[in-house]
Write a protein that binds this ligand. Structure first.
Ligand code: G4P
Length: 525
C-alpha cells in the first residue's frame, strides 16, 4: 500500500503539443506502447489504434476525422502513473488546448526537424510561458532530411523564447541517420530503421575508441566536436531551471521508428514534475493536502448519442477523490456524490474508486457543471487560471425555427458552459454574437444544436476584429467610452463589459484616446 504522498509523488500529468503533422499522435502511441497500454508494436498508424487510443466520442468527430476531443490516457510505467492529456490537433480547437494546458503539470513539445517551429507551437508556448509550465522538446523525424541541429536549437530559443539544453545529440540525419548520443545518460543509442525494434543502447564514454567501431571515424570526430561545442555554448542542464519553465531540455529522435522515445520517457519520469501547487483565488493549494479539491477543465458532450449526457473532466488538485463520497460543488454550494466516476486508462474508460492529485476523473453530468467549476471536500475554493481568449471570428446567432427558441436558448447556454465558444450580447440591440477561434466551431455549434437540442440556428455576418474585456479605475472615462462606443459594447456570459472592435485601427485609436482604460485580450486579468 502506498501512502497518499507516494501516490501523488509518482504521478506525471502532461500534454503533448505540436503543430499538426509534427508527430504528436505517433509519439503518443509509442509512449502508450512502452507503458503496455497498447500492445501492437509498430502498428502506429493502423486505424484501429488510432481509433481506440484517441477518443472519438462525438459524431462530428467521426464524420470529419478530426480529433475534436481532448481525451486522457493513463498508464503505468516504471512505478509511475502517467497521464497524457491529448489535445486536438486542429487549430480551430485551440481554445480547448489552452484549457487542457491548465490541467497539466508539464508539456512535451514535438517539432518536425524539417519544419522547425510552426505557428501553432508558438501560440501554445505562449500559454506555457504564461503559466511557467515546464517544457521538454522532442525534435522528430530525424530519419528525414531537415535543418541542422544547431540551427534548430537557435530557432527553438528564438521562437519559443526559452533557454534550451540538448540532452541527446543526433548523429547525422535522413538516410544517413545513425542514432543519437544520449548526453543525459552518456550512452550511444544506435538507430535501427524498423518500426518493430526498440533502440539498441550502448553505454559509452564519448572519448572511448569504441565509438569509432560503432559509427566510424568521421562521424565520431564530428560527434566529439559537436558535444564539445554544446558543452561550451549551452549552460549545464539544471532541473530547477526546467521546473521553473526557464529551460527546455531537447531530445532528438524519430517517433515513427520508435527511436529516442524510450529515452525521452525515461528522462521524463525522472525529471518531470509531480503534481504541483495550484493557485486558487483564496489560497495556494498543495497537492499533498488530505482534503480533496479539483476543477473542471473540460466538458465532453454526448458520449452516447441517445442521451444528452456529458462527461465533465476533473483535474484532481489535492488529496484523494473517492467514489460515493460527498463533495461540495462550490458554485452551487451543494454537496454531491458520484456513483460512477471514470478513470482513463489507456484507451479504456473504467469506473474508478479513487483518484489522486494529478489524476483526471470523468464525471457523468447532466448540465450541472461549467468549465472552471470547483469541487472540494467542503472548503470554499475557486481555482483560477481558465482564461478565455479573445476570439478571432464572430457571427450573429439567430433562431431559424421560431417554434424552438427555448431549445436554442438552452443549447447555446450549455454549449457555452462547455466552452465550445464564447457568447457576447450586444448592449445596444441585444443581439447575440458567438465568438470562436475557427470556422469549424460554427459548424460544430450548428450541428450540435440540431442533433442534441432540436434547435436550428442561422449565422449572420458581423464585421469584427476583436473582442476585448475593458476595465478602468477612472469611472468617468469608462462611462464616456461606453457612451461613445455604445453600439460596440457587449456583455460576456458573466456580464462583464466587452468592447467589440471593428478593426485593429479602431482598437489602436481607442487605446490611444482612452489611456485610463485597460483593454484585455484574455478574460483573466
Ligand atoms: P500529428 O498528430 O502531430 O498531427 O502527427 P502524426 O503523428 O499524425 O504524424 C504526421 C505524419 O508524420 C504521419 O504521416 C506520420 O507517420 C509521420 N511521422 C511521424 N513521426 C515520424 C518520424 O519520426 N519520421 C517520419 N519520416 N515520419 C513521421 P502521414 O503520412 O500523415 O500518415 P500515415 O500515412 O503514416 O498514417
Amino acid at each position: 500500500m502506498k501512502s497518499l504522498k507516494q501516490e501523488i509523488q509518482r504521478r506525471r500529468t502532461f500534454a503533448i503539443i505540436s503543430h499538426p503533422d509534427a508527430g504528436k499522435t505517433t509519439l503518443t502511441e509509442k509512449l502508450l506502447l512502452f507503458g503496455g497500454a497498447i500492445h501492437v508494436a509498430g502498428a502506429v498508424k493502423s486505424n484501429k489504434i488510432k481509433k481506440t487510443a484517441t477518443s472519438d466520442w462525438m459524431e462530428i468527430e467521426k464524420q470529419r476525422g478530426i480529433s475534436v476531443a481532448t481525451s486522457v490516457m493513463g498508464f503505468e510505467y516504471d512505478d509511475h502513473k502517467i497521464n497524457i492529456l491529448d489535445t486536438p490537433g486542429h487549430q480551430d480547437f485551440a481554445e480547448d488546448t489552452f484549457r487542457t494546458l491548465t490541467a497539466v503539470d508539464s508539456v512535451i513539445i514535438v517539432v518536425d526537424v524539417a519544419k522547425g517551429v510552426e505557428a501553432q507551437t508558438r501560440k501554445l508556448m505562449e500559454v506555457c510561458r504564461m503559466r511557467h509550465t515546464p517544457v521538454m522538446i522532442f525534435v522528430n523525424k530525424m530519419d528525414r532530411e531537415g535543418k541542422d541541429p544547431f540551427d534548430i536549437l537557435d530557432e527553438l530559443e528564438d521562437e519559443l523564447q526559452i533557454a534550451v539544453r540538448p540532452l541527446s545529440w543526433p548523429i547525422d540525419m535522413g538516410d544517413r541517420f545513425r542514432g543519437v548520443y544520449n548526453l543525459f545518460q552518456q550512452s550511444l543509442d544506435l538507430y535501427q530503421p524498423s518500426k518493430q525494434v526498440v533502440t539498441e543502447s550502448v553505454n559509452l564514454d564519448i572519448l572511448s575508441p569504441e565509438l569509432e567501431k560503432h559509427i566510424g571515424v568521421e562521424l565520431s570526430e564530428k560527434l566529439r566536436d559537436d558535444v564539445e561545442l554544446i558543452t561550451e555554448v549551452y549552460p549545464e542542464f539544471q532541473r530547477d531551471e526546467y521546473l521553473a519553465g526557464k529551460m527546455a531540455p531537447v531530445f532528438f529522435g524519430s517517433a515513427l521508428n520508435n527511436f529516442g522515445v524510450k529515452e525521452l520517457l525515461d528522462c521524463f519520469v525522472e525529471i518531470a514534475p509531480s503534481p504541483r501547487e495550484v493557485q486558487a483565488e483564496e489560497r495556494v493549494v498543495d497537492p499533498y493536502e488530505e482534503a480533496f479539491s479539483g476543477f473542471i477543465f473540460k466538458i465532453h458532450a454526448n458520449m452516447d448519442p441517445n442521451h444528452r449526457s456529458c462527461i465533465a473532466f476533473v483535474k484532481v488538485c489535492s488529496g484523494k477523490f473517492e467514489r460515493n463520497v460527498n463533495y461540495k460543488h462550490v458554485r452551487y454550494n451543494r454537496m454531491m456524490k458520484f456513483s460512477s466516476p471514470t478513470a482513463f486508462m489507456a484507451q479504456k474508460k473504467e469506473i474508478m474508486d479513487e483518484a489522486y492529485a494529478g489524476d483526471i476523473v470523468g464525471l457523468p453530468d447532466n448540465g450541472n457543471f461549467k468549465i472552471g467549476d470547483t469541487l472540494t471536500s467542503g472548503e470554499e475554493l475557486h481555482f483560477k487560471g481558465l482564461p478565455s481568449f479573445s476570439p478571432e471570428m464572430f457571427k450573429y446567432i439567430e433562431n431559424a425555427d421560431p417554434m424552438k427558441s427555448k431549445q436554442l436558448q438552452k443549447g447555446v447556454e450549455q454549449l457555452m458552459d462547455e466552452g465550445v465558444a464564447q457568447l457576447f450580447t450586444n448592449q445596444f440591440n441585444g443581439r447575440r454574437i458567438i465568438g470562436t477561434v475557427g470556422q469549424l466551431q460554427f459548424e460544430v455549434i450548428q450541428y450540435r444544436l440540431l442533433h442534441e437540442y432540436g434547435a436550428q440556428c442561422r449565422w449572420d455576418p458581423i464585421n469584427l476584429y476583436k473582442a476585448c474585456w475593458i476595465e478602468s479605475d477612472d469611472a468617468e472615462q469608462l462611462a464616456d467610452f461606453k457612451k461613445r462606443k455604445y453600439q460596440y459594447m457587449a456583455h460576456d456570459k458573466e456580464g462583464r463589459d466587452v468592447f467589440l472592435a471593428e478593426s485593429s485601427y479602431i482598437l489602436m485609436m481607442a487605446q490611444q484616446d482612452f489611456k485610463n482604460i485597460r483593454f484585455h485580450f484574455n478574460s483573466e486579468f
